[in-house]
Design a protein around this ligand. Structure first.
Ligand code: F6P
Length: 328
């Protein structure tokens, strides 16, 4: 459906997904494409993030290109992390490709690094709106980024399964989850799965303290002891595993969850969030607002300047850490 709106000050829009993929990126892409088409815009998809942009990999998208993708994990546009785009030379090339295609407005779906790139383009004259998509959930300006809910559900499903085997053997498991700089995934999935300890970058815990918790759990007759370790924590999962093996009490195993956390069909929550934020991004550009990231806090949609988004991160709630300890 094409809406009758006042004449827009632009006619072409580009959209890309960038950085680590996150479930729901396709849903956001669908929303941007279809909302753009509903305003009569020509919508171009940039393939493989900034790497594709540097090679001029743009293609005109039609409504059917956004069909049957909202439920698919990953990103149908492809994604990448580009070192070249970080250079002045790379940015000049990218800008030339956009200008050559007559593109003045752009939606970037991705994490912090991707939106830092967006800020560079904004400063060079392209009107950019960012849509937060990153499983780590450390982006400033939104309570939840797209992909986080699906990822948490995946982790919790895996921990439930690990608990089955752990309890059967009365074992401890050290499970490493993603989170390059943030303990959000480890902390929240520990709360949602009833894990005994979360090792996260934001809270210091020593190996000795963990061993004491393990002994206390063993003495209370617990059938398992689950330690979730964020990959970005100072204590690494391998170290924790080796130490707990040496300490004894429970026989211990190590599981590194890895990239399976990033895949899979987006949850209903992520699909709804991605649809709303994709549409919000379009609304911003139509209203003449750019240089912002759209987000959602509670039921309220927010627009945060990209300058703030790229400089800041959102902190984990340390009360959750205490709650996990109290309830385990
Ligand atoms: O930023 C998302 C994230 O999944 C991090 O949690 C993780 O450290 C990183 O990406 C992994 O990146 P790559 O895809 O390059 O292995």
């Amino acid at each position: 459906m094409v809406l009758k709106v006042r004449k827009l000050p632009f006619s072409r829009l580009a959209v890309m997904t960038s950085g680590g993929d996150a479930p729901g990126m396709n849903t956001a892409l669908r929303a941007v494409v279809r909302a753009g088409l509903s305003y009569g815009l020509e919508v171009y998809g940039i393939e493989r993030g900034y790497s594709g942009l540097l090679k001029g990999e743009l293609r005109l998208l039609k409504s059917h290109d956004a069909g049957n993708i909202m439920q698919r994990g990953g990103t149908v546009l492809g994604t990448a992390r580009s070192e070249k785009f970080k250079t002045e030379e790379g940015q000049a090339e990218a800008l030339a490709h956009l200008q050559g295609a007559g593109i003045t407005h752009m939606v970037i779906i991705g994490g912090n690094g991707s939106l830092a790139g967006g800020l560079e383009l904004q400063n060079k004259g392209i009107e950019v709106v960012g849509v937060p998509a990153s499983i780590d959930n450390d982006m400033y300006g939104t309570s939840m980024a797209i992909g986080v809910d699906t990822c948490l559900n995946t982790i919790v499903e895996v921990i439930d399964k690990i608990k089955d085997t752990a309890s059967s053997h009365q074992r401890a498991f050290v499970v490493e989850v993603m989170g390059r700089h943030s303990g959000y995934l480890a902390l929240m999935s520990a709360m949602a799965s009833g894990a005994e300890v979360a090792v996260i970058p934001e809270v210091k815990i020593t190996l000795g303290e963990m061993a004491l918790k393990m002994k206390a759990a063993f003495d209370r007759g617990k059938s398992h002891f689950i330690v979730l370790v964020a990959e970005g924590a100072a204590l690494k999962s391998q170290q924790v595993y080796q130490y707990l093996c040496e300490v004894g009490h429970f026989e211990t195993r190590l599981t590194i969850m890895g990239h399976l956390q990033r895949g899979g069909s987006p949850s209903a929550y992520d699909r709804i969030l991605a649809t709303q934020l994709g549409n919000e991004a379009l609304e911003c550009l139509i209203e003449g607002v750019s240089g912002v990231m759209v987000g959602k806090k509670g039921e309220v949609f927010t627009r945060t300047p990209l300058e703030q988004v790229v400089k800041r991160t959102s902190a984990v709630n340390k009360k959750v850490y205490e709650l996990i300890a109290r309830l385990s």
